[in-house]
Design a binder for this molecule. Structure first.
Ligand code: COA
Length: 202
């Protein structure tokens, strides 16, 4: 007799069929009146990202990438822009410059491999757009996008001298936990729809 293999359990697809609210572009005014549009990152954003990183100061770059980056390789641009929108998702903020659109900031999350309810976040606002509320707005929208996708906890690694990011989390994220792990701080933000709506109001 031939032993038949056990039936294979087919997991329900994770990706929702209909677009989510966080998939829609949103235009808004920053605290200094400049207009930006925030929308999910797609491969069309490659040039804006490459041009944007060239305008980021060494200090901001080091805070985000732990080293100074002036440009990205084609492979890195692929990784940053070819996102499935579920496990890996990013929002980009685009402003109007004198010669056309310019990248102003980017925020992304990636679910951790062993727990899809947890996602690691990263945030970068180009220096000439810092301190006018863009980081706060990107973080708020990223948190909402994560919640919409069933993420319950955001994590991240922050350098202990990164006062802007620590202040952003302490002032605008719902009850962040900052824990020193070796030479870095690990961040945990528990998402809950009610608190994301208020603490991360933008
Ligand atoms: C951290 C970062 C994203 C903040 O973005 P931002 O657009 O300048 O922040 P916002 O203008 O929205 O400010 C939000 C809050 O952050 C805090 N903050 C921002 N910049 C600050 C600074 N230079 N010093 C102290 N607090 C600061 C403030 O508390 C502010 O809240 P308030 O306006 O109610 O006082 C930006 O500085 C950045 O991209 N830094 C480099 C990359 C990085 O560090 N990324 C995080 C690691 S993944």
């Amino acid at each position: 007799m031939i032993a038949l293999p056990a039936p294979i359990a087919v997991a329900a697809p994770l990706v929702p069929a209909a677009p989510l609210a966080s998939d829609l572009p949103e235009s808004l005014s920053l605290d200094d009146g400049r207009a930006v549009t925030i929308r999910p990152v797609t491969p069309e954003a490659r040039n804006l990202i490459q041009q944007g990183i060239a305008r980021v100061s060494p200090e901001s770059s080091r805070r985000r990438f732990f080293t100074v980056r002036r440009r990205f390789s084609e492979r890195e641009l692929d990784e940053m822009t070819r996102l499935d929108g579920w496990r890996r998702f990013a929002l980009g903020a685009v402003a109007r410059g004198p010669d056309g659109p310019v990248g102003a900031g980017i925020a992304r999350f990636a679910r951790v491999a062993d727990d899809p309810r947890v996602a690691e976040i990263a945030l970068l606002v180009v220096d000439d757009f810092q301190r006018v509320g863009l980081g706060r707005r990107l973080l708020a929208r990223l948190a909402r996008a994560a919640l919409e996708r069933g993420v319950e906890r955001l994590t991240g690694i922050v350098q202990p001298d990164n006062d802007p990011m620590i202040a952003l989390l302490e002032r605008h994220a719902p009850g962040p936990a900052l824990v020193r792990t070796g030479e870095h701080l690990s961040v945990e933000v528990h998402l809950d729809a009610r608190r994301v709506g208020t603490a991360l109001a933008a």
